[in-house]
Design a protein around this ligand. Structure first.
Ligand code: PLP
Length: 393
């Protein structure tokens, strides 16, 4: 019997990372070691405090049974308190916060929660590629909005064609951004609320890298903005901030109607998030400052060390104010794929070619900052020899 998959599944674009991972795995099986500067999670170990909490929590009988669909009230209360203390956001734990099985799952669900087939989403690019699959699952379509360096990669609302603004139902934002490392300002978020209200467009802000912010203070949250709850929601992830990407947990906060829809959608596919994971992230939030205080200094030092070498070697790049990547312009005569392959095959450096992040990435690669001091030294040596080879051509 011939089994046919649904058109929905057939029409979901292939994960753009697959062909890249395939090339990397072919190269890695060839023997010579690779320096992995392509990685999208921080290199620090999971804090011992969280491992200990998880060990205790897996022994609790209640965590081996079905739990409340919406999550433990202890965790929802803790999130609400943390949002108030850190960001001065008022969020009712009952109906303004939804737990998700990693923000990837929440971000992919929102189009199905809010959109009908053929509805339009505005997708500022270059952006995290996984947004696209959720849009395809909802049988909606997206229009790319080019983010420009001259605007610090913030969306320029006045530059979006009128027809797109008229058609759009939803816009994705991501600050601090992957792959660029751009950060939002409070003024930008104010402007976003005004624009969204005027045009009736829901805003989804992805704050997965919330603790990776290298200016003074902390990365502004969209939900801090007056009126933000009227127009959208914001996702926070535990994955990067606490080095627990394998546990799969995050949350959304904001507009009640959207949160209600997201919770309903979650209950179709999942029961509760494993209780031991929920207990672990309660401990993470209670100790948030202690567990994340190293980030700013560690990553700022890495950025300074790498970018001062890049300056010396004549590269153009965007110096990130947030996130865990450097957005690096390729050398003349290359595009993102050919430069990525040159680095991979000849210099044994894994990066990500910019084209996988959408329009605007064709002449860039994404370099990860998830590298130890020793690895940065190796990276610098390799970039130097690449420069010498290109100069001697
Ligand atoms: C911008 C962005 N959003 C969301 C995610 C997904 O994070 P999570 O582990 O919470 O699913 C990632 C992961 O790389 C990301 O880069």
């Amino acid at each position: 019997m011939k089994i046919e998959l649904s058109n929905t599944i057939k029409n979901i674009p292939e994960n753009v990372f697959y062909p890249i991972f395939k090339l990397i795995s072919e190269e890695s099986s060839s023997g010579k070691p690779l320096l992995n500067a392509g990685i999208g999670v921080p290199d620090s170990d999971t804090p011992e405090l969280l491992l200990k909490e998880l060990e205790i929590a897996i022994r609790k009988p209640e965590n081996m049974r079905y739990g409340a669909f919406d999550g433990k009230i202890t965790l929802l209360n803790e999130i609400s308190q943390w949002l108030k203390e850190k960001y001065n956001i008022d969020a009712n734990p009952k109906d303004e916060i939804a737990l998700v099985f990693g923000t990837k799952s929440g971000l992919s669900s929102i189009p199905s929660v809010l959109l009908n087939p053929n509805d339009t989403v505005l997708l500022p690019v270059p952006s995290y590629p996984d947004y696209i699959q959720g849009i395809a699952l909802a049988q909606a379509k997206y229009e790319e909005i080019e983010l420009k360096q001259e605007n610090n990669y913030l969306v320029d609302y006045s530059d979006i064609p009128e027809k797109l603004v008229k058609d759009a139902k939803l816009i994705f934002l991501n600050y601090p951004s992957n792959p660029i490392g751009a950060v939002a300002t409070k003024e930008f978020y104010k402007e976003t609320v005004t624009w969204a209200k005027e045009h009736n467009i829901v805003v989804l802000q992805d704050h997965a890298y919330s603790d990776f912010y290298y200016k003074d203070g902390y990365s502004p949250a969209f939900m801090q903005t007056i009126g933000a709850k009227d127009v959208g929601i914001e996702f926070f992830s535990f994955s990067k901030n606490f080095s627990i990407s394998g546990l799969r947990i995050g949350f959304a906060v904001g507009n009640k109607e959207i949160i209600r829809g997201l919770k309903e959608y979650n209950t179709i596919f999942h029961a509760n998030i494993y209780g031991a994971i929920q207990d672990t992230v309660v401990t993470a939030l209670k100790n948030h400052n202690l567990l994340t205080e190293h980030i700013k200094e560690t990553y700022s030092k890495r950025i300074d060390k790498i970018t001062s070498k890049l300056d010396e070697l004549g590269y153009s790049y965007f110096k990130p104010d947030g996130g865990i990547f450097i957005w690096l312009k390729v050398k003349d005569g290359y595009d993102s794929q050919s430069f990525f392959e040159l680095l991979l095959k000849k210099y044994r450096i894994v990066t990500m070619p910019g084209h996988v992040f959408g329009y605007g990435g064709e002449n860039y690669i994404r370099l990860s900052l998830s590298l130890s001091d020793e690895q940065i030294d190796i990276l610098i040596e390799k970039l130097e020899s690449l420069n010498n080879d290109l100069n001697n051509r």
